[in-house]
Design a binder for this molecule. Sequence first.
Ligand SMILES: *Cc1c(COP(=O)(O)O)cnc(C)c1O
Length: 411
Amino acid sequence: MGTTLPKKGKDWSELKTEMEARGSHDVKWRDGKTAVYVFNAGPEVAQVQKEAYAMFMSENGLGPMAFPSLKQMEDEVVSMGLGLLHGPDGSVGNITSGGTDSITMAIKTARDFARKTKGVTGQCNIVAPWSAHPAFDKAAKMMEIEMRRVPCADLLADVGAMEKKIDANTIMLVGSAPCFPYGLIDPIEALGKLAEKKNLWLHVDACVGGYIAPFVRMNGGDIPPFDFEVPSVSSMSADLHKYGYCAKGASTVLFRSEELRAHMIFDCADWPGGRMVTPTLAGTRPGGAIAAAWAVMNFLGEEGYRAKHKQVTDAREAIEAGIAKLGFRVLGRPQLGIVSFTHDEEDPFAVWGKLFERGWFTSLTTEPKGLHLMLSPFHAQVTGTYLADLEWALGEVKAGNEGKKREARYS
Ligand SMILES: *Cc1c(COP(=O)(O)O)cnc(C)c1O
């Protein structure tokens, strides 16, 4: 028998102590040793997140009439997001619980749009690059939609190969800006041309790029068109709780027009509780996540984001320069906060294992085998330590392999 509810409640101070003790075994992200799962934009942003979240923690975004404050904050967050992503006049969106929720809702909307306006009746399918996020597969599975993943060319969406997978039941084309595994922006303009030619819904998954790419461009980066600037982009997902530095539980799903979004809204009156209208997957919507998003965006403003993201790209550039000296090879030409790199002689997974021994918790790529970093502003302070530990880790792996070769020679 596992844990059961305690008969008598315990003191909060006792519980807090126990929770702190449990947390002490987690990865040391506060020291900058984690480059996945957590975005560390520093103590000031963390304070704004926490206080704003706590202020509206009990309020519920399900009830816009009861909580006009949350409705107003959601509308303003969406409007700021659309402003950054070239949303045209009439573009709209909602806050969701995260990227998976945003992607799920975009797919549901595209499917219902295709059924209602294009007469698609058969088994629907989605055509996506192999590097697209598994959230697409999860949503497709729930809605019994077929996912057609198409191998990448040079780690990017292969538009020609994707075209061959399109048929009359295709409801959506997908491009990522950037994809999670390599941090590279797919050729969205070329995908846009294909979508236009085939009269298809193009979704740009900017979950991890939507709130960094516009600022990297303002900072001088040559970011190609990837958002609503590309005329045939119908919808986008962009996570506030990633490079928007907002509290977890917040993403945006954005549509070119109300006409498209109309297919997302769920409106049900056939039950005894009265009419219930919900835009996204959630019923109850945490007011804290909406309030924290609004507060962080207004706290940072354009200048704040530009400065934070400059730290991210500086950290990435410092790491790229350092790893090249160690014989690693960067995958593609990353421009935002993710960088993946491989080694042509030593096993990156073995290097990862050694780094883990030194307290680093980062991600991996499988094809090709590589190390993966999703960087935060805080990482600008630890690139030196990371590179020193990486050099050590590589040395350990090399020494181990040379030892093995020697043994093989003399046995
Ligand atoms: C993180 C991510 C998602 C999923 O977002 P969650 O908030 O984790 O559900 C989707 N696509 C990309 C490219 C991502 O990086």
